[in-house]
Ligand binder design. Structure first.
Ligand SMILES: [Cu+2]
Length: 322
């Protein structure tokens, strides 16, 4: 902790009192704001849990029930975000993340951005051993500004960090800038059942993204089954993001943007002409998550947040007709 030495002239006492007054006011302001933030968040009538991003933060419940939960992620900000639930090993908390995980990732990314990819990737070797014990158990896909997404996942009791690692225009991860939130999942079960899916998607490292029925317009629920899970070249596992595109859009820009380890990847602003509508973020092999979305007629892409998704059959296009 740094100690500030302040020299007070004759009117020192008044200044000290003024400083103290300002500090107390600031503290109570902050406290009031926090109270209000939590007041805004609610469990909706249908049991969905709201997550709101106004700028680059998660406003949601601090404690939730285990079992099946549906999250309504509302992105009111001007940037693209997602939420991913990281289940932490026993005894590790957000303080450990800030000390031991965020620095190697950000230093590595900064070096990659400076054109030193080898040194950058070497930074990732400094991640603590317990990093490999974090389990990524799903969340939304990417959600464009002023959009929302509905994602249903099953959560075991435990300590979780909700995070988003999209990058700001200056290359800093949203998570480094504080877009993380600790959430406790209790032993009490929600008692919810998973939704019924109209279309079943399977994703795997061997076959990519496949689905079993024609996709039609209107309100649709998709199941996403993770037949396997691997760490791709950029360390993350595969996931499913639904994207609406203009007609005859060039998809190369989107494909390249999906890789966070690319200096131009997963960085604000997202490429023009694509609207991210959520999906299901990475989950362990054998897991199933769900997302529910209203589909207007038009052209869509389902894509994974990995390097070269096209070559892995993790970038597939489809059309929804009138
Ligand atoms: Cu974000």
């Amino acid at each position: 902790m740094k100690t500030l030495k302040i020299y007070f002239p004759e009117s020192g006492l008044i200044q000290v009192l003024l400083v103290a007054f300002v500090l107390i006011s600031l503290y109570s302001c902050k406290f009031d704001k926090k109270q209000n933030e939590n007041d805004q968040i609610e469990i909706e009538k249908d049991g969905n849990i709201e997550i709101i991003t106004e700028v680059m933060e998660f406003k949601t419940l601090d404690t939730i029930l285990s079992g099946w939960n549906t999250f309504n992620y509302i992105n009111k900000s001007d940037e693209t975000h997602f939420f991913l639930m990281d289940k932490y090993p026993e005894g590790k908390t957000i303080e450990d993340t800030e000390k031991e995980i965020a620095p190697p990732f950000q230093n590595g990314m900064d070096l990659i951005n400076e054109g030193k990819p080898e040194e950058g990737f070497a930074e990732f070797n400094k991640l603590p051993a317990w990093f490999s014990e974090i389990v990524f158990v799903g969340g939304s896909g990417l959600v464009s500004p002023k959009n929302s997404s509905l994602t249903t996942i099953n959560l075991e009791p435990g300590y979780y960090i909700m995070e988003c690692y999209v990058k700001m225009a200056n290359g800093k991860f949203h998570s480094t800038m504080g877009m993380t939130k600790q959430i406790i999942v209790t032993d009490d079960d929600s008692g919810n059942s998973p939704p019924e899916a109209a279309v079943n998607i399977t994703i795997s490292s061997t076959e990519g993204i496949v689905y079993d029925k024609p996709i039609i317009k209107g309100l649709q629920t998709f199941s996403v089954h993770f037949k396997d899970q691997i760490a791709h070249e950029n360390f993350v596992g595969h996931d499913v993001n639904l994207v609406k595109t203009g007609k005859n859009m060039e998809l190369e820009g989107l494909e390249k943007w999906m890789n966070w380890a690319d200096p131009k990847g997963l960085i604000s602003p997202a490429p023009d002409g694509f609207t991210f509508l959520g999906g299901v973020n990475e989950m362990p092999a054998g897991s199933t998550g769900y997302f529910t979305v209203t589909l207007e007629p038009g052209n869509y892409v389902m894509i994974s947040e990995v390097p070269n998704p096209l070559s892995k059959n993790m970038m597939i296009t489809f059309e929804v007709s009138e």
